[in-house]
Design a protein around this ligand. Structure first.
Ligand code: UDP
Length: 366
């Protein structure tokens, strides 16, 4: 009797435990719904289809992943590796910080070996798309931009420049090296420069959707009123790439011109934020830039519905985005200086800079 009584109490308890275990198992086996961020395709367009034939087995490691940095043999003989100076972890630049608190590299002159990096990326046959907007009178900056890009931007790599303009007939003829090309995409004219700036994210998103997934691995989105002066190359490649604005990198973050109204989707509160990034240069792999562009566009449109225009339009939205979604590579202000600014001593070279311009002469409105 006693045993029977115990059984009649134990059976529901056992059933309940089984039910609980089943519920826990069910939840653990579901994919996480916390993160909706992209998963990058492990094999972009540049994936080699097969391994070189005479590799020794110990060297044969997966080469498909875009971030897999393999130093290839310089010839098919396995002994002929590239010779380069020994890296050090105690000697190097001491006047600048070369890593963020989330361990992304900050690229400064003297922190990388361009020959080594190029030798890693060259066999991958990567393709880099560039977007540049030249709407209205800004077409006047395009020639200089394109000519200097030929001299300094990913020289020796496949580069496809997409020019968005309302003046296709005024796009200059610039001789481009093998593997480099230009496509013109027509956009409507606008009476407000704010609108031109705002539509950029939407058009970048569309370009990735319609065109780039077929033919590009990386994208950089650059301001046209700028020119190259020195190398901008493989050292800048990364998942999500941001450029530190030259105007604020020595300032306390309370001085950064973030959007400070909490009603805006670009809001960054006092005491928050990492760096102030440029709206005039950003990039990365396609899926990261796609997420950035679609998020900024969505937030911009939400603001517009509420009658808000963020302090620095897309730059404000980009800054909020980069604060939440930390860039995996940060480019120092060498990568977008301003010609009217004297060069600071830590800036050993200027690679790309915004030219001096008179806004009243070139913008459709003030
Ligand atoms: N832009 C354009 N036409 C305009 C205004 C802007 O094509 O009338 C594009 C152009 O690519 C420019 C970028 O938007 O480089 C950013 O605009 P702007 O240089 O005026 O902004 P700033 O960086 O000076 O704040």
């Amino acid at each position: 009797m006693q045993i029977n009584a115990m059984n009649s109490k134990a059976v529901p308890a056992i059933l309940l435990s089984l039910l609980l275990m089943a519920i826990v198992y069910y939840y653990l086996s579901q994919p996480s719904s916390v993160s909706s961020r992209v998963i990058v395709s492990p094999c972009p367009t540049s994936c080699p289809t097969s391994e070189p034939k005479d590799r020794v087995p110990a060297d044969v490691i997966p080469t498909g992943y875009v971030f897999h940095l393999e130093t290839p043999d310089q010839s098919l003989a396995v002994t002929a590796h590239l010779k380069y100076s020994q890296p050090s972890i105690v000697k190097g630049r001491t006047d600048v910080v070369a890593v963020t608190p989330w361990l992304a590299p900050i690229v400064w002159e003297g922190t990388f070996n361009p020959v080594l990096l190029d030798s890693i990326y060259k066999p991958k046959k990567i393709s880099i798309a560039v977007t540049v907007f030249a709407v209205g009178k800004y077409i006047m900056f395009l020639k200089n931009f394109l000519e200097t890009a030929e001299q300094h931007f990913f020289v020796g790599f496949n580069v496809h420049v997409y020019v968005f303009t309302d003046r296709p007939k005024e796009v200059p003829e610039v001789k481009m090296a093998d593997g480099r090309q230009l496509t013109v995409r027509l956009v409507p004219s606008s009476k407000r420069w704010q609108e031109i700036s705002a539509r950029r994210m939407e058009l970048i998103q569309k370009l990735i959707d319609e065109q780039l997934r077929k033919n590009s691995d990386y994208i950089f989105c650059l301001d046209v009123d700028s020119k190259f002066h020195d190398r901008w190359g493989t050292e800048s490649l990364g998942g999500l790439v941001a450029v530190i604005h030259p105007g604020y990198y020595l300032d306390n973050r309370s001085k950064f011109p973030y959007e400070r109204r909490s009603a805006s989707k670009a809001y960054v509160a006092d005491g928050e934020g990492d760096f102030y990034y440029c709206g005039g240069a950003f990039g990365g792999i396609l899926e990261e830039v796609y997420l950035l562009a679609s998020t900024c566009r969505f937030n911009f449109e939400e603001d517009a519905k509420n009658g808000i225009e963020a302090a620095w339009q897309e730059e404000s939205h980009l800054n909020r985005y980069m604060w939440i979604n930390k860039p995996s590579k940060v480019l120092s202000p060498e990568y977008l200086w301003q010609d009217f600014k004297a060069r600071n001593p830590e800036v050993k070279t200027i690679r790309f800079s915004g030219v001096i311009k008179n806004y009243a002469d070139i913008r459709p409105n003030v």
